[in-house]
Design a protein around this ligand. Structure first.
Ligand SMILES: Nc1ncnc2c1ncn2[C@@H]1O[C@H](COP(=O)(O)OP(=O)(O)OP(=O)(O)O)[C@@H](O)[C@H]1O
Ligand SMILES: [Mg+2]
Length: 207
């Protein structure tokens, strides 16, 4: 079983959006996938409640129960777990990071977001786990995104070659308990998620 955590101290950077979309991508690839929602706001768990499909399974949990939850999912034949975390919750995020094979940090291409990412990285470095920054909410022809990519690379963190654009489909899909791959499978947003999924899947497979 592989575990990916989505972490950023900054609120609203796209953690839940990213976690849910990658989870649906793994489900569509016939992987037994679960989302663990560590955020008391329960956005991911509420998405699960709005959802008509039975997969991925979404469970709300407290960080102190994470190991137990992971064991239960593994015993039930889980292949893949995506952990969505809360902002400003360092000890919970650290628990998730330590249990993970890969950590994704979604980051908007703005100064404040990059600053917050530096702090998040400081928190995660102690775990020695692989970390990818994923640019999110990127506008078309965004020079800020290019500058952000340079800043991220200079921070000595791997910048994921796949990024997510600023697309209304992401919020529209999540609102209806779905993912962009489900509401518009041939759309640009779905293509971005597919590319991200492929990179994550390959990285997990190659170890
Ligand atoms: N690629 C995108 N394009 C357009 N809107 C997006 C995109 N990603 C996220 N959003 C929107 O940005 C807002 C914040 O996203 P989300 O809830 O996923 O962030 P978060 O990091 O989980 O927030 P929190 O820290 O509060 O848990 C939501 O309204 C979401 O629909
Ligand atoms: Mg969230």
């Amino acid at each position: 079983m592989k575990i990916v955590s989505v972490i950023n101290r900054k609120g609203g950077s796209g953690k839940t959006t990213l976690a849910l979309h990658i989870a649906v991508a793994f489900s569509q690839a016939q992987q037994n996938t679960a989302v663990i929602d560590l955020d008391p706001q329960a956005s991911a768990a509420n998405w699960g409640d709005r959802r008509a499909e039975r997969v991925p399974v979404v469970r709300s949990a407290h960080a102190s129960r994470l190991k137990h939850e992971l064991r239960q999912i593994q015993d039930a034949g889980g292949d893949m777990v995506i952990v969505d975390t809360a902002p400003h919750a360092d000890s919970a995020a650290l628990e998730a990071a330590k249990a993970s094979d890969l950590i994704l940090i979604p980051c908007r291409p703005s100064y404040f977001d990059l600053e917050a990412m530096t702090n998040t990285l400081g928190l995660l470095r102690t775990t020695g786990k692989p970390v990818w920054a994923v640019l999110n909410v990127v506008a078309p022809f965004d020079s800020e995104a290019e500058a952000a990519a340079e800043t991220i690379t200079a921070l000595d963190v791997r910048l994921c070659p796949a990024k997510l654009g600023r697309r209304v489909e992401f919020s529209r899909a999540v609102e209806s308990g779905q993912a962009v791959q489900e509401i518009e499978p041939k759309g640009k947003a779905a293509g971005e998620v597919e590319r991200l999924y492929e990179l994550v899947e390959r990285s997990l497979r190659d170890g």
